[in-house]
Design a protein around this ligand. Structure first.
Ligand SMILES: [Zn+2]
Length: 160
């Protein structure tokens, strides 16, 4: 997941410094903080069950139209979405595919948070809804327009 997210953001000038919540002290402060909660079971089972749960894969909190830096990823939903797209040899590399998918879902939410927008893009990671096939496809990116929006919002002073 970290590797894939690094690849997605490599041209954005945004560097993600990962911290586990348990490693953060009350006195710590960060210039741009995004809190992401991973809910449910965030690992793949080796057995190819077929699920058919629907619903959002993740969401970011907002209030009065303003996007807040708090996101939640529904691991169970991401996992079942993947299962609809996996076949054959995919099951042998399900852990890698799940990490890739989580990174893309995370990048989608980071786009909302960092660019401070609820809008979506026509294609790529910032699309309104991502299919299981898109989440595990060889390549899926944030477009230059979205990367620039994120970059500019993070760089500009007084952006919060
Ligand atoms: Zn979205």
């Amino acid at each position: 997941m970290k590797h894939e997210l690094g690849t997605i953001l490599q041209d954005s000038g945004i560097r993600v410094d990962w911290r586990d919540q348990s490693d953060v002290a009350v006195s710590d402060s960060f210039p741009n903080l995004v809190v992401v909660k991973f809910r449910g079971k965030c690992r793949m089972d080796p057995v190819p069950y077929l699920y058919d749960e629907r619903g959002p894969l993740a969401f970011t909190y907002s209030t009065d139209g303003a996007v807040l830096p708090f996101s939640e990823i529904a691991c169970d939903k991401v996992r079942s979405s993947l299962r609809t797209a996996m076949w054959g040899g995919d099951y042998k590399r399900s852990d890698m595919l799940f990490g890739r998918a989580l990174a893309r879902v995370l990048a989608h939410e980071l786009y909302h948070v960092l660019a401070k927008t609820q809008s979506h893009a026509g294609h790529g990671i910032a699309e309104g809804s991502l299919s299981g096939a898109q989440l595990i496809s060889e390549r899926l990116q944030l477009n230059a327009a979205e990367l620039n929006r994120m970059h500019d919002a993070v760089q500009s002073p007084g952006n919060r």
